[in-house]
Design a protein around this ligand. Structure first.
Ligand code: BDR
Ligand code: CA
Length: 307
């Protein structure tokens, strides 16, 4: 798989889960400007790669800004440096030469059809640019597993939009219309995966560096969630993508057609999730249920096995 992300406290946990899972071959991590600017998301991906002891996996920097909009930012939910309270030290290994977009095209087109999954944990700018450069990617990619969008839960950045889709709605609209097979974890599912005190304590009890780092990410989110949103336990969004690749039975999905609003400022980035489709030909699947305890158990088990 390739992981396209904007770490981000929850991206960081998603990266750790993938790095810790031997059945997933992580070909590359690609970064995008999102929660914090590109320079920081790229550095943060390198920090997390180092925590997992996986410096051999290349990290490619991608788009610094959305296709048409000004760069957004969600520093209030991730801390000024993007990894909560974790000290943003300069990691040992550098980013790879070359761009994320070029790397995605090269790796996917060079592999067996459908053998490379792409997890998208941030704004979809890199994938949109890759599809513009090589439209055959849509047929070639394995599932595109996305964290983004909102239906019954409503939005988390505006009344109707979720952050990743809102940040670059034009990119998301292009990707959803591209023909890619997509499995989408919007807020309807990720709000069912919450870092309760008990679940954070279970991660802390694992005790190794990766688990303590993941626990610190979730604990930071919990504090912010209490301060800003008023909920006791914060949702853990991005790791749902990796968790589904590992244990799909943790989620219930429904075939659908997803389109993204780009024309209106009021509903910018709204995901219209249409279930009235022919299930046999539907290219999109929308997660309606998630087993939150199962996701946290999986993370604790996998991170605990990192030596
Ligand atoms: C998404 O937005 C970001 O802030 C998180 O990392 C996640 O990808 C949740 O809306
Ligand atoms: Ca993210």
């Amino acid at each position: 798989m390739i992981i396209d992300c904007d770490p981000g406290v929850d991206d960081a946990v998603g990266l750790l889960l993938a790095f810790a899972s031997p059945e997933l071959e992580v070909l590359a991590v690609t970064t995008v400007g999102g929660n914090v600017p590109l320079e920081k998301t790229t550095r943060n991906a390198r920090i997390i790669r180092q925590v997992a002891g996986r410096d051999e996996v290349p990290v490619y920097a991608g788009a610094a800004q959305p296709l048409k909009r000004d760069p957004a930012g969600a520093g209030e939910f991730h801390g000024a440096e993007g990894l909560g309270d974790l000290e943003a030290v300069e990691p040992d290994a550098p980013a790879a030469e070359g761009s994320a977009v070029e790397a995605i095209v090269r790796m996917v087109m060079g592999a067996e059809p459908k053998s490379v999954a792409l997890a998208v944990m941030g704004p979809m700018t890199n994938l949109a640019l890759a599809l513009r450069a090589e439209p055959r990617l849509a047929e070639r990619l394995g599932p595109v597993v996305v964290m983004g969008g909102a239906r019954s839960e409503g939005g988390n950045i505006t009344a109707s939009a979720e952050f990743n889709i809102w940040a670059d709605p034009e990119a998301a609209a292009e990707v959803f219309a591209s023909g890619c097979e997509m499995v989408v974890f919007g807020l309807d599912a990720t709000h069912q995966v919450r870092g309760t005190e008990e679940r954070i304590a279970a991660l802390e009890a694992v005790g190794n560096g990766p688990a303590l780092t993941a626990a610190a990410m979730v604990r930071f989110s919990q504090r912010i969630e209490r301060d800003i949103v008023g909920w006791d336990a914060a949702p853990l969004h991005d790791p749902c993508t990796v968790a589904w690749l590992l244990l799909p039975e943790l989620f219930r999905l429904k075939p659908c057609l997803i389109e993204v609003e780009t024309g209106s400022e009021l509903t910018r980035g709204h995901t219209a999730v249409e279930f009235r489709v022919d299930p046999a030909s539907a290219r999109h699947l929308w997660a309606v249920e998630a087993d939150g305890q199962g996701v946290f158990d999986l993370i604790a088990e996998r991170l605990g096995a990192i030596r």
